[in-house]
Design a protein around this ligand. Structure first.
Ligand code: ZN
Length: 384
């Protein structure tokens, strides 16, 4: 058994395994560095990872190497490589990812590098890669990995790859990441503990104080994520809560679906609500360049979508608003057929309309991306 072996033996055997793993990672990263990525920041990150693995290989050959420390970093690099590998496939939903990157920019998280993963489960996620602690990276001479951004992976069901209207729960998942970075809710629990519990009174059923505080934190976090999502995609939030919250009743980790929808609607309609006020103030106290308020405007998609043409989008606010606007149009296309008589869409079979509208949304986003990139390159030329 491994425990009974002399320390030197087990260390050298782990070092051999690590050496092999590092060699495999170097090969994979070299392959990745020749792949086509959607964004330049991903290319940069692969280059830094590659250099880090090479310096780790050198570290393993040192006499006083610390195999446990090296293995922690190898694990982190492996995870990062896995995130990056999923993003080179031509299946990445570039259009939707573009919207999420804009959200991260709004929240001053430009250091975030977005990767995607398509899976078979009906789940959405936004996970940071969790690079090894900076102290450890410095100790191993891998400073090049510091200050090069945080890698996150957006996970979504593969069958929704070209269905942006079904991907709105990712706005909620991105908000979890935003909350993780800024920790608005824990700060709120310290500054206004009683107000928080009174704002989510359901948690008072827990007599145990620790359990009640934990539930209050989790409920406020869920409300925060719903409000961030609603700030970008409006009423689409209530739809995803109803569709995806498999257990709509109140529990430790989640408020009831009814209370989530209620808080979201109060926020969208500007009605007074203690949860909304507490969270809006918490964001204001953090003194960021952003307030918790609606950030979308609805583009007029009716005329163009009825004729099966993409609509022209003129701002980032309209780009987010495209999702609730298209969602509204799709309802009309499915439920109020008579309103569409005489338009091209009336001749599209009913069961093809959802895919068609999603396709039009993707085309709108793509055309906005191309126009913006074109103007930016012209601006750069004008400055040069
Ligand atoms: Zn959540």
């Amino acid at each position: 058994m491994l425990q009974s072996l002399p320390k030197e033996y087990s260390e050298s055997s782990s070092a051999t395994l690590l050496e092999t793993v590092l060699q495999l990672l170097v090969e994979q990263l070299r392959k990745l560095s020749h792949s086509g990525f959607f964004a330049a920041d991903l290319h940069e990150y692969v280059k830094h990872l590659c250099r880090s693995v090479e310096s780790l290989q050198g570290e393993l050959h040192k006499q006083d190497r610390d195999v446990t420390l090296v293995s922690q970093v190898v694990e982190a690099i492996w995870r990062a490589t896995q995130f990056l590998a999923g993003t080179t496939s031509n299946k990445v939903p570039y259009e939707f990812t573009y919207l999420l990157r804009e959200v991260l920019h709004d929240w001053d998280l430009r250091d975030t590098i977005v990767t995607t993963s398509l899976h078979q489960a009906p789940d959405f996620s936004c996970q940071p890669a969790q690079m090894a602690p900076s102290v450890l990276l410095r100790a191993l001479g891998m400073d090049q990995l510091l200050g090069h951004g945080e890698l996150v992976q957006m996970g979504l069901p593969e069958i929704f790859q070209h269905m942006p209207l079904l991907c709105t729960p990712l706005y909620h998942e991105v908000a979890h990441y935003i909350e993780e970075r800024y920790k608005f809710v824990p700060a709120l629990l310290i500054s206004h503990p009683d107000d928080v519990v009174n704002a989510v009174p359901d948690v008072k059923v827990f007599n145990d104080k620790d359990r009640r505080d934990r539930a209050a934190r989790m409920h406020m976090t869920e409300h925060f994520c719903d409000l961030v999502a609603a700030a970008y995609v409006g009423r689409c939030v209530s739809d995803y809560v109803n569709q995806w919250d498999r257990d709509p009743s109140f529990r430790d980790t989640h408020p009831s679906a009814e209370s989530r929808a209620g808080v979201t609607m109060d926020f969208l309609l500007g009605r007074p609500n203690p949860v909304v006020s507490l969270l809006t103030d918490a964001v204001a106290r953090a003194r960021l360049n952003i307030k918790l308020e609606c950030r979308y405007s609805l583009p007029d998609v009716h005329a163009s979508f009825s004729d099966v043409r993409p609509a022209q989008i003129t701002s980032i606010a309209e780009l987010h608003g495209l999702l609730p606007a298209a969602d509204e149009f799709l309802r009309l296309a499915l439920d109020a057929e008579s309103d569409l008589t005489g338009h091209n869409i009336a001749s599209v079979p009913r069961d093809k309309r959802a895919r068609l509208v999603n396709d039009l949304v993707e085309k709108c986003i793509r055309s906005f991306m191309i126009t913006k990139a074109w103007h930016e390159s012209l601006d750069k030329k004008a400055i040069a």
